[in-house]
Design a protein. Structure first.
Length: 126
């Protein structure tokens, strides 16, 4: 069952945000969806649109958290589940792999590791 549309101010902000998103004005859409969220913080329609807007402006961690909140509010919502699945597919390929820890910075007691002498010079002298 889909949650009812948010009432009053939230619905107005949501509608305006959707119009802005359709025009490609994602920063404005994001602003409007955030305003709608203030009025209806657990409404899955609001959260779904907010997550899509976060994606569009490159705020992927925020999109992930917002999708999770939306799914918690309405786990059976097909549109939401489809958007989340599409996002996860993208996000897994985009998210940088965990990099190994960097070497500790140099200190007076521990100088920075230097690159080995160039072996080409040694070979030329031999």
């Amino acid at each position: 069952m889909l949650a009812p549309a948010p009432a009053g101010a939230a619905e107005s902000q949501l509608g305006f945000g959707v119009d802005m998103a359709k025009r490609g004005l994602w920063s404005e859409a994001l602003f409007r969806f955030r305003q709608a969220e203030k009025e209806a913080p657990s409404n899955p329609r609001v959260l779904n649109n907010l997550a899509v807007a976060y994606e569009a402006v490159g705020l992927f961690e925020e999109a992930l958290e917002t999708y999770k909140a939306a799914l918690k509010a309405d786990p059976a919502n097909r549109e939401l589940r489809r958007n989340y699945a599409r996002f996860i597919e993208f996000y897994q390929s985009f998210k940088p792999k965990e990099e190994p820890e960097e070497e500790a910075p140099a200190t007076p007691e521990r100088p920075a590791a230097e690159a080995p002498e160039s072996s080409t010079e040694d070979a030329a002298g031999a």
